[in-house]
Design a protein around this ligand. Structure first.
Ligand code: PCA
Length: 320
């Protein structure tokens, strides 16, 4: 009898994927980040709408897997799903990095248009690694954090500069600064130990890391609008029941819309928070913007030289 029951259970378990799935979801960013709030909301919606058939647990601030490893962890099925900074993959193909090229897309409207052009290519590239994108959400436009006012590119010379990807590293180096890669979670420590003394990031990351503790000036240069992406392993997704798959895709579409909205709101609220905490928020001078844009066009020219045809097809579709 006991044997029969065991058999019956086994049939149930293997039959219609009746077992609840538990997915771990790593992200590099802290709980204070709106992206993290958004993916927690996504997880909640999936769990509720599948009646607990799929439960996603978010592991924030690189606590489960470090940022540079998250993509490969999804690829190797160490985890079924994960979030990371999309342009970090630009070393694989320039198609991943176009949203972080200076002064290509600097507003939400342009960023949305760029994502429309980028998404089919990214989907194809990720498919080759047996992954698929679920949704992508931008950070607010990137601004400049410094100790004291910067009136031209000249003032950036020699500054120890925090970078988060290859294009920012290149941008800082071309401005004469000395870039170092530092994860968002390590920003306060990098400033307090003197490893860095300036950075370019969103008002969100500036406010969440209490930038006022280590720099005095914020200048919204709005140089680019980079995105996070949530990707899922194809085989993990394929193992779900059809109704669960449908819920995941629907919750992903909702999360994308909600995330873009949250991002827009934070542009204003987090810039205000910087000012409330004593930072001087100053519009960039013409000279500074001109200098930075000149660096941007040099980078664009170099990008065109080295980019894959697929990456260039994104630029072409976007320009139209
Ligand atoms: N915050 C993240 C990426 C871009 C942003 O605004 C960071 O600074 O690492």
């Amino acid at each position: 009898m006991k044997h029969l029951i065991t058999l019956a259970c086994a049939a149930l378990l293997t039959g219609g994927h009746a077992v609840a799935a538990d997915w771990d979801m790593p992200t590099p960013y802290s709980d204070k980040t709106f992206h993290t709030a958004n993916i927690i909301e996504f997880a909640k919606e999936v769990s509720e709408k599948t009646d607990g058939k799929l439960n996603i647990t978010v592991h924030s601030a690189g606590s489960l897997i470090k940022h540079p490893e998250i993509k490969n962890a999804v690829r190797s099925q160490q985890v079924p799903i994960g979030e990371f900074f999309l342009s970090r993959l630009s070393n694989e193909d320039a198609a991943y990095g176009i949203d972080s090229q200076p002064f290509v897309a600097t507003s939400y409207e342009d960023a949305a248009k760029l994502w429309d052009s980028q998404k089919p290519v990214i989907t194809e590239l990720l498919a080759k690694q047996k992954m698929m994108p679920l949704f992508s959400v931008p950070w607010p436009p990137q601004g400049l954090y410094t100790k004291g006012e910067v009136s031209s590119v000249n003032d950036l010379k020699g500054l120890k500069f925090r970078a988060y990807n290859a294009s920012l590293e290149q941008f800082a180096a071309l401005a004469g600064a000395a870039p170092t890669q530092v994860e968002a979670a390590d920003i306060p420590q990098a400033f307090s130990t003197g490893q860095v003394e300036a950075m370019i990031t969103s008002p969100s990351t500036g406010a969440n890391t209490k930038a006022w503790d280590f720099v005095s000036h914020y200048s919204p240069i709005n140089a680019w609008v980079p995105k996070n992406i949530v990707v899922v392993s194809k085989s993990a997704f394929d193992s779900l029941d059809e109704d669960v798959k449908a819920v995941v895709l629907e919750a992903a579409a909702t999360a994308e819309v909600r995330g873009w909205e949250m991002s827009r709101e934070e542009t204003a609220t987090k810039t205000a928070e910087l000012a409330e905490n004593g930072m001087v928020v100053v519009e960039p001078s013409e000279a500074l913007l001109e200098g930075l844009k000149a660096i941007g066009s040099d980078m664009q020219a170099a990008w065109q030289e080295s980019a894959s045809d697929q990456a260039k097809s994104i630029a072409d579709a976007y320009q139209q």
